[in-house]
Design a protein around this ligand. Structure first.
Ligand code: ADP
Ligand code: MG
Length: 245
């Protein structure tokens, strides 16, 4: 073992977003956002509609819009801010977008197989079907004919069959019935307990905070709170001010 004074790996943040500034054309939207995540930690990224949550996730995943004009994104010592989306994806950044993007004309199984066409690979289809029995039961059904909740499960499963290092979930519970939300919550708790590092964006702040270790609240493109999820759950004033719950 090295005797160097460098911090132990477990003390070093696994993920860092540093002073992100991102634009849609001339519109300055992400205004200096920064936060860190340790390996195996789940971060709830919260804030009202239009606060900049989706834009922040997209900038981290290195999509072309919004355009990241300043700031750094680091994952396990790798500089994502120098990369395009496909390179970040290859390093294990998986964005599960709000609209789920299930590919039409393909069955559940084919959607998953398509996600597995190139290494590095993660979970096998058997493991996915064990986690999401509903997907196993419907593996021959066309993906776009699934219910909203099942499509969300498929979108998450499609991320897990890759070798995910950072899972970015954008409103996974949106538009779903409470019983389905509970089912997806159970699944995400299992994924968390297996050591996944993740960011969850949710309007259902209580559900996100229950799953997460830490919380960052955005308001008008800036971080207004960074602390433990428990702190936000216990602080009604903070929730009223920034989350409307
Ligand atoms: N494609 C876009 N072009 C221009 N402005 C956008 C675009 N997408 C989002 N915005 C604006 O950026 C701001 C933040 O949006 P978004 O990141 O989607 O917020 P949230 O996910 O927190 O609801 C909003 O004011 C929204 O209108
Ligand atoms: Mg959004």
């Amino acid at each position: 073992m090295s005797q160097s004074p460098a911090p132990a790996a477990s003390d070093r943040p696994y993920f860092q977003a540093r002073d992100l500034h991102a634009y849609y054309g001339q519109s300055y939207i992400v205004q200096g956002v920064g936060f860190e995540i340790r390996e195996g930690e789940i971060l709830a990224l919260l804030g009202r509609n239009g606060a900049g949550k989706t834009s922040t996730l997209r900038a981290i995943a290195r999509l072309d819009s919004p355009q990241l004009q300043r700031g750094e994104v680091w994952l396990n010592g790798q500089a994502l801010h120098t990369m395009r989306a496909h390179q970040a994806a290859r390093l294990g950044v998986a964005l599960v977008p709000e609209d789920r993007r299930i590919i039409s004309g393909l069955t559940v199984q084919q959607n998953l197989q398509l996600a597995r066409i190139a290494p590095p690979l993660g979970w096998t289809l058997e493991e996915v079907y064990e986690l999401f029995p509903r997907l196993g039961e419907r593996k021959s059904q066309e993906g776009t004919t699934l219910s909203g909740g099942e499509q969300q499960m498929l979108a998450i499963a499609r991320a897990l069959v890759r070798d995910v290092k950072l899972l970015l979930l954008d409103e996974p519970y949106e538009g779903l019935a409470p019983v389905i939300v509970q089912e997806i919550e159970r699944t995400l708790r299992k994924v968390r307990d297996l050591g996944m590092t993740a960011v969850i964006v949710e309007q259902n702040a209580i559900a996100a905070l229950t799953l997460a270790d830490r919380a960052v609240i955005l308001d008008m493109g800036e971080v207004v709170f960074d602390g433990s999820a428990k702190e936000v759950l216990e602080n009604e004033d903070l929730r009223h001010e920034y989350l409307a719950v």
